[in-house]
Design a protein around this ligand. Structure first.
Ligand code: IPE
Ligand code: MG
Length: 221
């Protein structure tokens, strides 16, 4: 979800106004995904690298996140969404940890749709933590394969992402699901995240549906 800052700056508003605007369309995007039969949506809300931002912005993001989770949990539960956190709760303020834990607990039985909230998340750190756990548990080296790694990641049990959408014109992965996205299709749009709505999502999925995915193989008739 990139471009909140630029969206605000172009309007002469503080960056946090852009972050707030960027939370208003999440519900519409999620509902559209549910209607289309998508099973998993991961929103990249705060990376382990975002701590480098000015303190005011970081704290503003945490406050906003808490507010949005608290406000949305009941409705997410009503429409059958399971909230899952991808990342680490350590170092986050207590209000945010509590909001996240309540959302996870309230929605844990839902099976229709999974919303992964990537918050305080980094793909490389996720792989490092997976390896540490594998070693700590004494897993036999010869028994380790790709599915072993999968099982130790925060997305264990979930399918790999099919489509990764990046807004605001950037063409980088920025440490997002680095292991899981090995064969994902990429879609980059110049639209800033607060302006990214239903029509943009449908356009991205239309482009995706015309891609040919070969996973390293060749097409067979
Ligand atoms: C993305 O918008 C939102 C978060 C990282 C929370 P940015 O804040 O990165 O927006 P730009 O890149 O400055 O436009
Ligand atoms: Mg950015």
């Amino acid at each position: 979800m990139d471009g909140n800052g630029r969206w605000a700056e172009e309007r002469g508003l503080p960056r946090l106004a852009g972050h707030r605007a960027g939370t208003d369309n999440i519900r519409a995007i999620l509902e559209c995904c549910v209607e289309l039969g998508v099973e998993v949506l991961t929103i990249y809300a705060f990376s382990t690298e975002n701590w480098r931002r000015p303190r005011d912005e970081v704290e503003g993001l945490f406050a906003l996140m808490t507010e949005v989770i608290e406000r949305e949990t009941e409705e997410l539960h009503r429409i059958g969404v399971r909230v899952h956190h991808v990342g680490w709760l350590d170092d986050l303020p207590a209000h945010l940890v509590q909001a996240m834990e309540t959302a996870i607990r309230t929605t844990s039985e839902n099976r229709r749709f999974t919303l992964n909230v990537a918050f305080n998340y980094g793909g490389r750190a996720e792989v490092v933590r997976a390896i540490r756990r594998i070693v700590r548990e004494g897993v036999a080296p010869e028994s380790i394969d790709e599915s072993t790694i999968d099982r130790y990641l925060a997305t264990a049990g979930q399918p790999d992402p099919d489509l990764i959408i990046r807004t605001a014109g950037e063409m980088r992965l920025s440490n997002f699901l680095v292991w899981q996205s090995a064969y994902a299709e990429y879609f980059s749009t110049p639209t800033y995240w607060p302006d990214f709505g239903r029509a943009n999502l449908l356009a991205a999925i239309d482009v995706y549906s015309h891609r040919t995915r070969k996973f390293g193989g060749v097409l067979t008739a």
